[in-house]
Design a protein around this ligand. Structure first.
Ligand code: ZN
Ligand code: ZN
Length: 444
């Protein structure tokens, strides 16, 4: 059979993939324990290595990690997690609006300080959150001539959108991220580029929070909740401020038509922010019992009409945060089963990447700064002599140790789209061959 050149890219992220050796898994990592013939086939056609998303020792959050892997300069092109999560939830934001993620919470009062008793107000129902949030919309007077709108999400969650002149999103959370602690004072961050704007927004957030506590405490629903011995939703906690800005699309950046298959809202938000088309799969839920086979199958189908398909699984990170290496291993094993859908025709024409967005070791249950393993199977790249795909085997892999921002150039190289450094087939300052070029015509 004639060997074909890969033209398309399947980019698979198993969230929080990297791990430590676990005693529950006979001293292996979940990735090592799950190894099977389905991934062996990819390993034999590829190279592995270790990847520092930012730099060694720095744990990335998932949103930042994905944007770096997609080739974005987060220092200059990213404006915060609030709008990304709001987009993922389907909330439409206008350019320049500032979005916060928020919770309805329960507080008690001690010497004039509201102390957080329950960060989720007893996981209040979506219906009650809607009622309280609409009440806040009608009652709260936003200071400084600005405007505030609350949008209810599922359970205790909401998005708070602030808009007005001269505001900067560079402020701290008021959410202490722990129970038993007082609500934090919202302040400008030290490195704020627009300090005045950040001071203005911080003042607004603090005033809104004081008003919200007052209004919510008087609401009939909270009186009823108190009578039924349920935690009152008598405060708001807000975090992750960000300004909605139109980002350069992935297609504009790399000249690759891109689609996303993800159920987790944050990942759908990242994909939407960079202009990828986001697809749903029945039974996909961002949890351990998601429809893995269905997602892999959908991603392969999309490769017929897209150049780049981003396929995300959250289950690995879910298991890691609950410190369950057996569940993590089982999730990877089920994902490997779904690779039976990858046949020689796919291997010959698609560059396939399997990696994580950070390491979340089950023994620590949190993101760490250790590098993540990455496997790239492609007919367009050398393969290496390592035996199986794992964190420890990756140390001697052919990719060596790369950074998150190196991925896109490597992938474009694998599909033969790169040009020699310094050559200029296009007026655009890019190091790859754009799909459409301007040609000289003899009869002008
Ligand atoms: Zn993640
Ligand atoms: Zn995580």
């Amino acid at each position: 059979m004639q060997e074909l050149k890969p033209e398309r890219i399947l980019f698979i992220v198993l969230d929080g993939l990297g791990d430590h050796a676990c005693k529950e898994l006979d001293g292996l990592t979940p990735l090592e324990k799950a190894y099977s013939n389905n991934v062996k086939k990819l390993k034999e056609n590829g190279s592995q290595g270790l990847m520092d998303i930012i730099s060694p020792g720095i744990p990335p959050s998932s949103d930042v990690s994905h944007l770096i892997m997609f080739g974005y300069d987060v220092e200059n092109e990213y404006f915060g997690r609030g709008p990304i999560e709001a987009l993922g939830e389907g909330v439409e934001l206008k350019e320049g609006e500032i979005a916060f993620r928020g919770n309805l919470a329960t507080v008690r009062f001690e010497n004039n300080y509201p102390i957080v008793v329950d960060r989720r107000a007893g996981r209040i129902t979506s219906e009650q959150t809607k009622e309280l949030v609409e009440y806040l919309n009608s009652e709260i007077e936003c200071p400084e001539g600005c405007k505030v709108v609350f949008k209810p999400l599922s359970e205790h969650r909401f998005v708070m959108i602030v808009s007005g002149e001269g505001l900067s999103h560079e402020v701290t959370d008021n959410d202490p991220h722990a129970e038993g602690k007082p609500i934090l004072l919202c302040q400008p961050i030290d490195e704020a580029k627009d300090r005045k704007g950040a001071e203005r927004l911080a003042k607004i957030v603090n005033e809104i929070t004081i008003q919200a506590i007052d209004k919510l405490s008087k609401h009939e629903l909270n009186k009823k909740r108190a009578e039924s011995k349920l935690p009152q939703a008598n405060s708001i906690l807000v975090r992750s401020a960000g300004t909605m800005r139109k980002m350069k699309s992935f297609q504009e950046k790399w000249d690759l038509k891109a689609a996303c298959v993800a159920a987790g809202l944050l990942y759908r938000g990242v994909a939407k922010a960079v202009g990828m088309d986001v697809y749903d799969v029945e039974g996909a839920n961002g949890l351990l019992n998601t429809n893995i086979q269905g997602k892999t199958s959908k991603a392969l189908e999309l490769l017929k009409s897209y150049d780049f398909v981003y396929l995300h699984f959250k289950g690995t990170d879910v298991a890691s945060h609950s410190k369950n290496p057996i569940a993590k291993c089982e999730f990877i094993r089920r994902f490997y089963e779904s690779l039976n859908l990858i046949d020689d025709a796919v291997l010959n024409t698609v560059t396939i990447v399997i990696t994580g967005d950070h390491t979340t070791p089950c023994d620590r249950g949190m993101h760490t700064g250790e590098p993540v393993p990455i496997l790239i199977a492609s007919k367009g790249l050398r393969n290496d002599a390592t035996k199986f795909f794992s964190e420890r085997e990756a140390v001697s892999g052919g990719l060596g140790r790369i950074r998150g921002k190196d991925i896109m150039p490597i992938l474009l190289d694998s599909i033969e789209r790169t040009v020699e450094y310094g050559t200029r087939p296009s007026p655009k300052k890019i190091n790859y061959m754009p799909k459409s070029l301007e040609y000289l015509k003899l009869s002008i």
